[in-house]
Design a protein. Structure first.
Length: 174
């Protein structure tokens, strides 16, 4: 398969069947029936995702898949262009941010907790490089939607961020 050709990329990405499952309180990602939950969180795949996501064929196919997932509403989706490209008319949009060092620390702890041998400085460089790549790509760059609510999670736990988001969604419903 020649991944240099946009039509080939579009056909390949369009053929993917991506399913999100909840198993005993844990989210799992299945692609064509295979559980890839662990693999998609590896440093190598994270950088590849940044590289492939700037390709027109991949973006077009994945935006279509994401919109199908959310067409019935009542979902929470996240991504680097979810509020600006995929769902620009979403009822509520959040832009989560944190200092690169904090995001690298979280990633480092996640990976070392799974037994992956990583270096903090390399993890930090990968976080910074991915941000740079995603913010500077010509197709669907990472940017904050004008109507997004910004939450800086640098000094907040995941639970505190979720609580703040739920509170803001409930306020918006009133």
């Amino acid at each position: 398969m020649r991944f240099e050709e946009e039509d080939t990329l579009f056909q390949w990405a369009s053929s993917l069947q991506i399913i999100f499952l909840d198993r005993k309180g844990e989210s799992h990602v299945l692609c064509n029936g295979k559980d890839l939950t662990q693999e998609i969180r590896s440093p190598e795949i994270s950088l590849l995702a940044s590289e492939f996501s700037k390709r027109r064929g991949v973006r077009e196919a994945l935006v279509k898949i994401q919109r199908e997932m959310g067409e019935g509403g009542g979902v929470v989706l996240e991504g680097r262009d979810t509020g600006t490209v995929v769902f620009p008319s979403a009822d509520v949009k959040f832009y989560l941010d944190a200092q690169p060092e904090e995001r690298a620390r979280r990633r480092y702890e996640e990976l070392t907790g799974k037994g992956v041998n990583v270096n903090f400085e390399e993890t930090l460089e990968e976080v910074i490089q991915r941000d740079h790549n995603d913010m500077n790509r010509s197709l669907s760059p990472l940017r904050r939607a004008e109507d997004a609510i910004v939450i800086d999670s640098t000094r907040r736990s995941a639970e505190e961020v979720v609580e703040a988001m739920l509170r803001l969604v409930q306020e918006k419903r009133r």
